[in-house]
Design a protein around this ligand. Structure first.
Ligand code: DOR
Ligand code: ZN
Length: 355
């Protein structure tokens, strides 16, 4: 399309990294994702975490019931379930997950790295050999929260250090393992994925494409711009934009939309996470348009993800129009409210139709 075109119709996109939560929170947010995306990879960091196939399938049922309750047609949105990797995840559990046909990946949270990661992995190569071997053999992706948890490492350096300490040794030990480096935030992450040999890809969030770390401190501390991995400096944002708009099939859309009630973000020790499910495609379109690369949005949003996961591309469409979209100040979230990323600001694109 030309830069001045006023509408953009894409193959219906998918979200390859999404937090849907549970209970009333799930009921409040699931409709937002379903309005834009056909499928999403559902993160397993519930309390308690989703560590078995049985738990993943029960969680899937709760998502399906929440969709029904939100008035969405059956089949309008497909949750792609994941397991939360622990030091004790067995090869049998991985085989069960794969055989279910409903669990599509396994998530690595280094213990203590982020929200609900306490049960995560303490020593990946030392403790998770059987699970990693099973994943490699079955062709099931390992989704990686790529930050070291070493308190001695500066919070802005934790992704870059993770590459050297964990990612490189992991991929050397399991060269056939499919790895998604989730929500990359640095030039080092983008270049590692761009240049590495073998089956590696990365998701990129809208906030890391649109903002650098100044956004967290503009005029005061702004907790709704706080997520993990944290926003980095401008050179990193530019490297992420270059990767996302490069056309490389190794980069695809993953919002990491992570809802937390307003009061738990606007708090002395506020939670990490940006709520972007409400306006995800508006945010991504604004970011791609900002560098004149709207022609690369469909690959990033709709093709590269299913191709990497070995799933069919979607058949439906999503249409955006070049119209101002005013981001609401807050939205309902059970008994609380939720503040979307960049609440009160406006974007240049709006989703106007879907099929
Ligand atoms: O900002 C984040 N929020 N990063 C994560 O890794 C987890 C997520 C959450 O679950 O809230
Ligand atoms: Zn996440």
């Amino acid at each position: 399309m030309s830069a001045a075109a006023s509408t953009l119709t894409l193959t219906r996109p998918d979200d390859w990294h999404l937090h849907l939560r549970d209970g009333t929170a799930l009921e409040a947010v699931v409709g937002d994702s379903a309005r834009q995306f056909a499928r999403a990879i559902i993160m397993p960091n519930l309390k308690p975490p989703v560590i078995t196939t049985a738990q993943a399938l029960e969680y899937r049922e709760r998502i399906m019931r929440a969709l029904e309750k939100a008035g969405l047609a059956a089949g309008a949105f497909t949750p792609l379930m994941t397991l939360y990797l622990t030091d004790n995840t067995s090869a049998q559990e991985i085989a069960r997950a794969h055989a279910s046909g409903l669990v599509h990946a396994v998530k690595l949270y280094p213990a203590g790295a982020t929200t609900n990661s306490d049960a995560g992995v303490t020593d990946l190569l030392g403790k998770c050999g059987p699970a990693l071997q099973a994943l490699e053999k079955l062709g099931m992706p390992l989704l990686v929260h790529g930050e070291v948890t070493d308190a001695a490492i500066d919070v802005f350096d934790r992704e870059a250090v993770f590459i050297d300490r964990v990612m490189v040794p992991l991929r050397r030990a399991y060269p056939g393992l499919k790895v998604v480096f989730e929500h990359i935030t640095t030039q080092e992450g983008a270049h590692y994925v761009r240049d590495a040999d073998g089956p590696v890809a990365a998701t990129i969030t809208p906030q890391h494409l649109l903002y650098n770390r100044n956004a967290i401190f503009q005029g005061g501390v702004r907790p709704h711009w706080y997520c993990l991995p944290i926003l980095k400096r401008e050179t990193h944002r530019q490297a992420l934009i270059a990767a996302a708009t490069s056309g490389s099939p190794r980069f695809f859309l993953g919002t990491d939309s992570a809802p937390h009630a307003r009061g738990t973000k606007e708090h002395a020790c506020g939670c990490a996470g940006c709520y972007t499910a409400l306006h995800a495609m508006e945010l991504y379109a604004t970011a791609f348009d900002g560098v004149g690369k709207l022609d690369k949005l469909e690959g990033f949003a709709s093709f590269h993800g299913p191709d990497f996961y070995g799933l069919a591309r979607n058949r439906g469409t999503l249409t955006l129009a070049r119209e101002e979209y005013a981001i609401p100040a807050e939205v309902a979230f059970g008994d609380a409210t939720l503040v979307p990323l960049a609440a009160g600001e406006s974007l240049k694109w709006r989703v106007v139709a879907g099929s």
